[in-house]
Ligand binder design. Structure first.
Ligand SMILES: [Zn+2]
Length: 185
């Protein structure tokens, strides 16, 4: 025990004896001992209290449980599937796919295609195959022409000269045509 060595004065670093003299020091020590008799150490009987509280804290603490969202909580993106689709999407081309399809069904388009086939003698201009399934390929992409001239109706399309220019078309067999489509959509 530290106390048996004598109470060290907080003022000078001297023992009680040195500071107050032998007699008085003994009296002080006695008094001190008496006053401490009834005291119970704060941690008496609390062996492992540290351990216990720590474990208890962890077990019941929400942070350490499998954290889950409160009932009724909605993820931020619920119901937002496709929320950038359509006109707000960066790749939106003003509904060109629709008019693209429509134009390919009108007689003018079929005539343009036929002119190219006849000019190329129904032969693939890439691989010289004849008599197989052929398609008319646009040298300048059809969709790009539609965008370029702002074609939004069949009337727009019919009045567009470049759209019906046979110099923008070439006859290709299916495999060759597919090759031209690689890397573009
Ligand atoms: Zn070919």
């Amino acid at each position: 025990m530290v106390r048996s060595k004598g109470i060290i004065s907080h003022r000078k670093g001297l023992t009680c004896e040195q500071e107050y003299g032998k007699e008085r020091a003994i009296a002080i020590k006695e008094k001190s001992r008496e006053s401490h008799k009834e005291q119970v150490a704060w941690n008496k009987g609390l062996k492992d209290c540290n351990k216990g509280t720590k474990a208890g804290f962890q077990k019941g603490h929400p942070k350490f449980n499998n954290y889950s969202f409160p009932k009724g909580h909605k993820p931020w993106n619920t119901g937002m599937k496709g929320f950038i689709a359509g006109k707000n999407h960066w790749n939106w081309r003003g509904g060109i796919s629709k008019i693209d399809k429509l134009i390919r069904q009108i007689p003018e388009y079929k005539l343009w295609r036929e002119k190219i086939f006849q000019r190329d003698d129904y032969t693939c201009k890439y691989c010289d195959t004849r008599g197989c399934y052929i398609e008319a390929h646009h040298l300048k992409q059809f969709k790009i022409l539609l965008m370029l001239y702002g074609i939004k109706s069949l009337e727009n399309a019919r009045s567009c000269q470049e759209l019906w220019d046979t110099n923008n078309g070439i006859t290709l067999c299916l495999p060759c045509h597919n090759k031209t489509k690689l890397g573009r959509k």
